[in-house]
Design a binder for this molecule. Structure first.
Ligand SMILES: [Zn+2]
Length: 79
């Protein structure tokens, strides 16, 4: 049973992923998507750096702005 996440779902899940809150199956699907998607891979790296900088994520807060940015970026990448 392989689930495939869309980029939009990935944005929703990235904080859970980094906080180890995903189920094993979701985690696998997440990592599979990351491996094949430069945009989400870059986003994950950004989130990692942000957490490192801030100590922890203010998920609600941060993701609203970050999400918008990312989704804008995806529009460019995917035409
Ligand atoms: Zn993606």
């Amino acid at each position: 049973m392989s689930r495939a996440f869309t980029c939009r779902e990935m944005v929703e899940l990235v904080t859970d992923y980094l906080e180890n809150k995903l189920s094993r199956g979701d985690r696998k699907a997440f990592e599979k998507h990351i491996a094949g998607c430069p945009g989400c891979s870059r986003y994950l790296e950004q989130m990692r750096l942000t957490i490192k900088t801030l100590g922890r994520i203010e998920s609600r807060h941060l993701s609203a702005a970050a999400k918008r940015e990312l989704l804008d970026a995806f529009r460019d990448w995917k035409g």
